[in-house]
Design a protein around this ligand. Structure first.
Ligand code: FAD
Length: 408
């Protein structure tokens, strides 16, 4: 078809799948016949990454959902790994079973997400991450084979570390679980929230150590900046996320962490036909200084990327992205949780929920991420999210990316 446009979405995670569905459901009847949407995904399974601590702890067997039930049937699934983007020729090389195919695109959505960060010495060899499904499963096997009384050290005092330590302690009451945090536990939260969560961790037997930075991991222990070695049978590394190198190795502009630099419309600053969404993307400070890596941002950014693709295909000016927060939600095992109500810029409001009710709310939110994404197949906007904080007036006309890198 001469007039056909091809939109290739790279990455079948939260941002990529929501983008695919919203784009499909937003097309008019004539546009539908002329637009091919191709989702490049490593497997035909969508991984609910926000449940991987449950897999590691043994509360659930796996976190996979068949793509076929989640993605609109008209979206073509291309199994494989994107290995290079050629922005000049509008081609993306996709490797499948050892052979590489150059796929042409009119618009490319870059949504490759994040994974474990293994930059600290010894982490790759002696620790297990829980940022991808294979590692979460391996972590569970390691805890089981360490047997009763296993010493499990969880490194990382952010949301993911706290969720992991609680879940492991609750599901494995014989284990001795230690949580190591380089700064204060959940340093971005209000002191009242920190106290409440610390209390819950203590109740379920997690020993929390704050202000101790792990500088190395060996076969037997996590070595702190003081030289002390905290011994373990299993070390779970949740301290930070890293992003794929695809943008950097393709010669696209990235930040220090390797995230694709985009403008206020989510368009790559090198090529407006490349549109970014999710953890692997860095928004300019004017609209994204508050954004942290997280599903809570990946989903709305996936939706916003769909709007930008659609506007540019229609020859219209794409909207300025505006994504905001509503809650910070933490599960503390299956029966407790903590929900902090926040402003759009992620700063806490003096309103929070704890205990069993918060666990139910968190579970409902986890389900909603999947159900709403599925609903986007037919209803654009089924996944609702608040608008972002008021756009920051940056004194320079050019976009800036100086804000801190924020991780969930
Ligand atoms: C244990 C745990 C709990 C979490 N809990 C929460 C939570 O409660 N709330 C929250 O907001 N966030 C949470 N997060 C963070 C959240 O999971 C991520 O921020 C989110 O998955 C990012 O979505 P994404 O679409 O950007 O990337 P991803 O979900 O990582 O998806 C990216 C996809 O792209 C694929 N991919 C990568 N490279 C390529 C390539 N070259 N070619 C093709 N495909 C590629 C990947 O395999 C993956 O499928 C949690 C994370 C973990 C690990």
């Amino acid at each position: 078809m001469g007039n056909e446009r091809v939109v290739v979405i790279v990455g079948g995670g939260y941002a990529g799948v929501l983008c695919a569905n919203r784009l499909r459901s937003s097309l008019g009847p004539d546009e539908m016949t002329r637009t091919r949407i191709v989702l490049v995904t490593l497997t035909s399974t969508f991984v609910e990454r926000i449940r991987l601590h449950e897999v590691a702890a043994g509360s659930r067997a796996d976190a996979g959902i068949a793509m076929s039930g989640l993605v609109h049937p008209d979206v073509e699934l291309q199994l494989g790994r994107a290995v290079r983007v050629d922005a000049h020729r509008h081609l993306v090389d996709v490797e499948t079973d050892g052979s590489v195919t150059a796929m042409p695109y009119d618009r490319l959505v870059y949504a490759v997400g994040s994974g474990p960060d293994r930059s600290v010495p010894g982490v790759a060899e002696f620790a297990l991450g829980i940022a991808d499904a294979a590692e979460a499963t391996a972590a569970h096997r390691a805890i089981v084979s360490a047997g009763a009384g296993a010493r499990v050290v969880v490194v990382g005092g952010g949301f993911t570390g706290v969720e992991t330590a609680s879940e492991v302690a609750e599901q494995n009451p014989d284990a001795s679980v230690t949580l190591l945090s380089s700064g204060a536990l959940l340093g971005s939260m209000r002191p009242a929230a920190q106290r409440s969560i610390r209390r819950r961790l203590t109740t379920i037997g997690v020993s929390v150590r704050e202000n101790c930075r792990v500088e190395q991991v060996t076969a037997t222990g996590a070595v702190l900046d003081t030289g002390e070695e905290v011994p373990f049978d299993v070390c779970l590394w949740t301290a930070s996320f890293s992003v794929p190198e695809l943008a950097r190795t393709s010669g696209l502009s990235v930040d220090g962490a390797g995230r694709l630099l985009v403008d206020e419309h989510l368009q790559s600053i090198d090529s407006p036909d490349i549109i970014g969404a999710g953890d692997a993307v860095r928004l300019p400070d004017s609209v994204g200084a508050h954004v942290r890596m997280g599903c809570a941002m990946a989903l709305p950014l996936g939706g916003a990327a769909a709007h930008t693709v659609l506007s540019t295909l229609r020859g219209e000016t794409p909207p300025v992205v505006s994504v905001g927060f509503l809650f910070q939600c933490i599960s503390l095992g299956r029966t407790h949780g903590y929900i902090q109500v926040v402003r759009a810029d992620d700063s806490p409001r003096p309103l929070a929920l704890g205990g069993r009710f918060a666990a139910l709310v968190k579970e409902a939110i986890c389900r909603m991420t999947v159900n709403r994404t599925r609903k986007e197949q037919l209803t654009p906007g089924a996944y609702w999210s608040p608008r972002g904080p008021q756009r920051r007036q940056v004194p320079h006309p050019a976009p800036q990316w100086h804000g801190d890198v924020r991780i969930r």
